[in-house]
Ligand binder design. Structure first.
Ligand code: FAD
Length: 307
């Protein structure tokens, strides 16, 4: 019950102001957000890479309201890529981007987002890495998939994300598996209506398995984005049955969640990528993490009350 309420709050400016100003917030946010600046995230990138983990870096932000903010988002990624180049970490860290942060929802936003993301994808390719387009709410996905297809003409390694809770996703998975895409499959983190999305958790898990099977049996590179132990075990089994070697798929988990599992999978020889978010506009990302696990909300409430 709490999850949908928290997701509704993640879109409220009033709640944003309240949560951001609450004493104790920063301490809880720090569990999921690796820092506010590039300088703060660099030691974490080094540390994770040193432990044999791969990374995908996300400069947090979404739902911007001006074109200038979309340029700032592009520039923040370009700065990050420059730092990765200086550090020689280009091959260990890819980037995850939300197109809404690149202007997708503004007037003429599809073209603006494409124009902003292209130089980021180019800069990433120049240091030997790539970009994955995150999946946001269902109204944004046709545009995201069209941008993904456009970018892949020059940069075939560009990845995208599909969400198991959406009815459309099995079709998307078939198309992407056939054209050899890098695809991250996740359960889905937004508040979606019953017309477009499965609401029952166990049905979402079943859909996840069906979709992952399509990806594993296809031509692309599946990226299993989940902390769910059952889905991780099923992912390993589906990869084995599809005859995939360890470097022909990967696991992905979020920074701050089940960190010991990141290390266990890496130690078993799996490619394990940690989605590491940083930046100042953390509100939406943070609230989705609270919605996924109500116990996080209790921890958060306690930390506010004891400050
Ligand atoms: P769950 O059943 O939710 O969790 C399984 C177990 O993992 C839980 O029992 C708990 O122990 C642990 N866990 C999960 N979440 C939390 C948490 N927040 N705090 C503490 N413990 C937790 N969603 C999108 O809609 N678009 C995206 O682009 C996107 N990208 C993602 C990238 C990565 C690498 C990952 C891992 C997730 C991403 N998500 C994205 C979020 C995803 O949709 C789910 O909301 C999230 O992963 C929780 O689902 P789960 O598969 O981990 O399973």
């Amino acid at each position: 019950m709490l999850g949908p309420l928290i997701l509704a709050a993640s879109r409220s400016d009033k709640m944003r102001r309240f949560v951001s100003a609450a004493p104790g917030t920063k301490q809880v946010v720090a569990r999921f957000i690796a820092g506010e600046t590039v300088d703060q995230v660099v030691p974490i990138v080094r540390d994770l890479a040193g432990k044999g983990l791969e990374l995908t870096l996300d400069v947090v932000g979404e739902d911007i309201t001006t074109v200038e903010q979309s340029y700032a988002a592009r520039d923040a990624y370009l700065e990050l890529i420059e730092r990765l180049k200086e550090l020689g970490l280009g091959e260990r860290a890819e980037m995850s981007v939300k197109l809404s942060m690149f202007g997708q929802s503004l007037d003429g936003g599809h073209d603006l987002a494409l124009a902003n993301v292209r130089p980021v994808v180019e800069a990433a390719a120049a240091i030997g890495t790539t970009v994955t387009l995150d999946a946001e709410d269902h109204t944004t996905l046709d545009s995201m998939f069209a941008i993904h297809e456009e970018l892949r003409k020059d940069f075939p390694q560009t990845g995208c994300v599909i969400q198991a809770y959406l009815y459309r996703t099995e079709d998307d998975a078939r198309r992407l598996a056939a054209n050899g895409s890098r695809v991250r499959i996740v359960k889905g983190a937004y508040k979606e209506p019953a017309e477009v999305a499965i609401q029952d958790k166990s049905e979402i898990d079943k859909a996840y398995v069906r979709i992952l099977k399509i990806l594993m049996e296809g031509e692309g590179y599946p990226m299993i984005g989940s902390h769910d132990p059952r889905l991780i075990a099923i992912g390993q089994e589906l990869a084995r049955r599809a005859g995939r070697k360890l470097d022909e798929y990967e696991f992905q988990m979020l920074y701050g969640i089940r960190s010991e599992e990141h290390l266990r999978l890496a130690a078993e020889g799996h490619r394990m990528r940690v989605y590491t978010a940083y930046g100042t506009d953390w509100y939406g990302y943070f609230m989705r993490r609270l919605a996924e696990k109500p116990a996080n909300l209790l921890f958060f409430a306690r930390s506010i009350l004891t400050k």
